[in-house]
Each structure stands twice: as C-alpha cells, then as structure tokens.
Write a protein that binds this ligand. Structure first.
Ligand code: SF4
Length: 240
C-alpha cells in the first residue's frame, strides 16, 4: 500500500481538466432529493468535516440565524457567531468508538457533521412542499460540495454508498443525479473542489498520524484526534 505522502503527491498532481473530463463523461446534476443529507434506515447521516470547516459552519450558521431573526446582517450576528456551540455543528465520528454503559467511548480520528433527532444533517431542511435544501449551502464542507464523487487514492474518504461508476481516477457513488448533463463550467468547479478535498484529506491524515499519542479514555469518555491535536467532543483541546 502506498504511503500517505505518496498519495498526497499524486493528489497534488491531479489535473483539474482530466477530473472535469471524467465528471462530464459520467454526468451529474443535483435533483435535491436530499438522500446525501439524510439518514438511511437505522444509519445516521455521516459525513466528514475538517476542524476549520466546523468553525466556518459555526460562524455561518450563527450569522444566518441572526440575519433571519433581525432581517439584517449587523454586528449582532458577530456576537451570536461567537456563541455558536461546536457541538451544534459537529460530533465525534462514531467509527472506532464502542458502546459503554454511559454511552459511546474511546478514541476516534475525525469529526462528522452533527445530526438532528431524525439522524439527518442538522443543516438539512425541507420546505412545506417537502423540497429539501442545505441551509449552509455557501459554507458547506468539501465532502458535500463534491458529492457523489471521490478519487481513487488511498487515505481519501469515500462517501456513503457503493461506487457505481468510474472514469480514470474519479469514482461516482450511488446518487439519482448521476448520468445527467453537466456544463463544462460546473464540471470544472466540481473537479477543482474534488482535487482540493483529496489534498486536504491526505494532509489531515498525515497530521493526525504524526500528532497521535494514545489517550487512556475512561468510561463514557470520547477523544477526537484531529490535525490540531486531541480534543473533547465539545471541540476543546484535551490539554487545556
Ligand atoms: S451541510 Fe448541507 S449539503 Fe452537507 S450534508 Fe448537511 S445539509 Fe447536506
């Protein structure tokens, strides 16, 4: 298996034009079905989010709430943004955690977008007609901006759902929007985001690996190791 550094070099050398060609040949248009933002049966929605993306979503969500409440984007939104809770946006990635007497416990290595009581992403909302939308669309994480595509490099994440098509290094995962015409401009924008995501995921994986020091977690305790160190579920550093 190639090293993460080798895969990072490959990710940095990916041609956006080639990725766009692959995306165009597969075809994609979002149908707003909401399948990539919601739970599936017993499975909660699970999508990786980077620490800096969590902070962007904290600020974006709070500013949006404030703008909704006041009808304008004022200094008040900044105050609200600081008050936004990390847990409102992200939760420890459940993979690797065990179910203890006091709930999940152990160490995990990523953050996942927070879910609501139905297991859907907290930023997903449906209008009265049942049409879904992302309430953080302009600030949504790279994993969302590039769904349903991934690249075939070790150390990068694969979205939920089986890979059902591929072209070159690009994989496409189950999605009813696949096979639809996509403009060159949209394919290039998606390709650029896909490359950015692959590079970011590998950089994050390398930083997590290099910074990792095992933590002896107690009953009901969860520690998340990300590229910034070991953290509590509320996003604070364990060393603080
Ligand atoms: S952040 Fe937006 S696009 Fe991403 S899963 Fe949540 S609702 Fe969907």
């Amino acid at each position: 298996m190639p090293s993460l550094e080798t895969e990072l070099d490959r990710a940095r050398e990916l041609s956006v034009d080639d990725l766009a060609d692959a995306i165009e040949s597969i075809g994609f248009e979002c149908t707003r079905c909401g399948a990539c933002c919601t739970s599936h049966g017993e499975d909660e929605h699970t999508a990786t989010v980077f620490p800096d993306e969590v902070r962007e979503l904290q600020a974006a969500a709070a500013a949006g709430d404030s703008a909704d409440a006041t009808g304008s984007d004022t200094a008040e939104s900044d105050t609200t943004a600081e008050a936004r809770d990390w847990r409102d946006v992200a939760r420890p990635m459940p993979y690797g955690l065990t179910e203890g007497e006091d709930g999940p416990e152990g160490e995990t290595f990523e953050w996942a977008l927070q879910t609501d009581g139905c297991g859907d992403c907290v930023f997903y909302a449906e209008d009265d007609a049942g049409v879904g939308a992302c309430t953080a669309h302009d600030d949504r994480p790279l994993i969302c901006r590039t769904y349903p595509f991934s690249v075939a490099l070790d150390g990068t994440s694969q979205p939920m759902g089986e890979a059902v098509d591929e072209a070159g290094v690009v994989r496409a995962h189950e999605c009813e929007g696949l096979g639809r015409d996509i403009s060159r401009a949209d394919a290039e924008a998606l390709a650029a985001a896909l490359k950015e995501r692959a590079v970011r995921e590998l950089e994050e994986a390398i930083d997590v690996r290099d910074a990792y020091a095992p933590v002896d977690t107690g009953a009901g305790e969860v520690v998340v190791h990300d590229s910034e160190g070991a953290k509590r579920p509320d996003g604070t550093q364990l060393s603080d």
